[in-house]
Ligand binder design. Structure first.
Ligand SMILES: Nc1nc2c(ncn2[C@@H]2O[C@H](COP(=O)(O)OP(=O)(O)O)[C@@H](O)[C@H]2O)c(=O)[nH]1
Ligand SMILES: [Mg+2]
Length: 523
């Protein structure tokens, strides 16, 4: 394990769209200035790297906790410590290690601490640090690079600046630790931004959360945050008071789900969905925090009579200090691992099945965290369409690079090449993503029902979902696709503004292609 690790082997391209854009970059490179060509080289490098997902949101919303749960290892410090004020990129590597990247391009390898975590204090001058790169062997990271951020809306101006800057502009270094390219700031922003965002909100989505999502526009390689590349979670679902939500019938999870739906309506169409989740429970169950000793303590608590147990659950203070057989230190630990809601769920599970093993109990807690739903959504929204997201982000970077060059001829050549690419039938998916983003961001206004339809067609992976007819027979799908293809074609020609008309053409074509696919190979 001592040989130099090959941490950043260029991976395979995500699919045909990324391949098409990579070819475009390759063709254009000899026709542009040296600096733009260097930028294209960065774009190419990023195209073959895993999808970069930034976890964003206010400070203390539970971002790092969620990152640990997703990676399945408690590696990101939570709560306090100077590291929580830095951006950390978690990526796949053949050897576990952390690197501190300094503003001047130097890097320093750090050991994990005795708990296998990034040390809470780095022993270097924090002001000199650009960000951290953590390489882990965890399989989840093979096709997803997760970027933990300190948080927009934090009190600490330096943390905010780091978040904004790194969402947009992780300075890139090659394997030798030298600056990969001497790019100017604009170009670096254009090529280095996150490609997708997992936005963490808690109970109150505030007006500036909307602003933060809008700021993502500038940050994500000039792409708007939309249902294509942004999803949101309502974290700390366990702390939503059920009595504050109508129709929850005293149930915490129902309350959280109801609240999440309301927030989705507020944040729409910028995010595809808002999913309730309990990051803390997910982290404890998934990243090894919940042990058999914790399970034993829950077993003990389950023997308490109802009245006592309910009294203890009134508040964390009462729970920790009430006279009881389980030592107070252990109760404190349970609170840290599970909080009151998790403790209640654990005891309920034991009472329902007294012989339950520690492993089965851990799985029950994981089930009640909602993490599976978040994973499924990440798969559906990000992983399944990584090709389109990456290709679109790369095209936006290419455009921005050409613009930044200040050479009109160069700009025109790049523009023309992109037009040629987009006109090809295989690039249709890219145009659909583009249309979707235009509509979702409000750049092209459409009546509400049509907006919904564009979003549905553009942001679902399965044909039946695209048509809004999941579970229906194929004949019905085929007929519907043909009908909508015809409708959008006439909308493109009559009764639409020029901008709407361009979107309508793309939607028409999408339905047409769906119809062709449903009908099967032409005879
Ligand atoms: N009750 C509860 N606490 C949570 C949850 N997620 C995170 N926390 C706690 O919130 C605090 C801040 O979490 P952290 O991940 O550091 O937030 P960040 O600043 O957004 O990275 C920590 O004490 C976590 O244990 C959750 O789902 N429920
Ligand atoms: Mg954090």
């Amino acid at each position: 394990m001592t040989s130099a690790p090959a941490q950043q082997q260029p991976g395979p391209l995500a699919g045909p769209l990324s391949t098409a854009v990579a070819q475009l970059c390759g063709r254009l490179q000899p026709q542009v200035s040296e600096r733009t060509a260097a930028g294209f080289q960065e774009v190419l490098r990023r195209l073959s790297a895993p999808l970069q997902v930034a976890v964003a949101g206010r400070i203390k919303s539970g971002k790092s906790t969620l990152v640990n749960a997703l990676i399945g290892r408690r590696v990101a410090p939570t709560d306090v410590g100077e590291c929580t004020r830095l951006v950390t990129r978690f990526q796949y590597g053949t050897v576990d290690r952390v690197e501190v990247i300094f503003h001047d391009g130097r890097k320093q390898v750090l050991p994990f601490d005795t708990h296998g975590m990034i040390p809470a204090d780095l022993g270097v001058r924090i002001g000199d640090v650009s960000h951290l790169e953590a390489y882990l062997t965890n399989a989840v990271l093979r096709d997803l690079t997760v970027i933990d951020t300190p948080g927009l809306g934090s009190l600490d101006a330096a943390s905010v600046a780091r978040t904004e800057q790194l969402l947009g502009a992780a300075k890139q270094h090659d394997e030798q630790g030298e600056r990969a390219n001497e790019l100017d700031e604009t170009s670096r922003n254009a090529v280095a931004g996150a490609e997708a965002v997992l936005y963490v909100v808690t109970q109150g989505v505030r007006a500036d959360d909307q602003q933060a999502l809008a700021a993502f526009t500038a940050a994500t390689a000039s792409r708007d945050a939309g249902p294509v590349n942004a999803i949101a979670v309502l974290n700390k679902a366990d702390t939503v008071p059920p009595e504050s939500v109508e129709g929850a019938n005293g149930d915490v999870w129902t309350a959280a789900a109801t609240l999440a739906e309301k927030q989705a309506a507020m944040l729409k169409p910028r995010v595809a969905d808002v999913l309730p989740v309990i990051g803390l429970l997910a982290e404890s169950a998934e990243a090894g925090g919940f042990t058999s000793a914790d399970a034993d303590a829950l077993h003990k608590l389950s023997e308490l009579d109802d009245a006592t147990f309910e009294t203890m659950l009134v508040s964390a203070d009462i729970f920790a200090t009430w006279e009881c057989d389980v030592p107070s230190g252990i109760r404190q630990r349970l609170l840290e691992q599970l909080d009151l809601y998790g403790i209640r769920r654990g005891v309920q599970a034991i009472r329902a099945e007294p012989g339950i093993t520690a492993g089965a109990l851990r799985r029950k807690l994981l089930d009640s965290s909602g993490l599976a739903g978040v994973r499924a959504r990440l798969d559906a929204v990000f992983r399944a369409r990584a090709d389109g997201i990456k290709a679109a982000a790369a095209l936006a970077s290419v455009t921005a690079l050409a613009h930044a060059s200040g050479d009109a001829g160069e700009r025109q050549r790049v523009h023309d090449a992109i037009e040629v690419l987009l006109a090809k039938p295989e690039a249709h998916q890219l145009r659909l993503l583009e249309a979707l983003t235009l509509v979702a961001s409000g750049a092209v206004r459409m009546p509400e029902d049509l907006t919904e339809e564009v979003l549905r067609v553009g942001s679902n992976a399965e044909i039946a979902d695209q048509l809004g007819l999941s579970g229906r027979p194929k004949e019905e799908l085929t007929e519907h696709a043909l009908e909508r293809a015809g409708w959008w074609r006439s909308f493109a020609s009559f009764g639409a503004t020029p901008a709407q008309s361009r979107v309508a053409h793309v939607v028409h074509r999408a339905y047409f292609l769906i119809w062709q696919q449903l009908r099967g190979p032409a005879r």
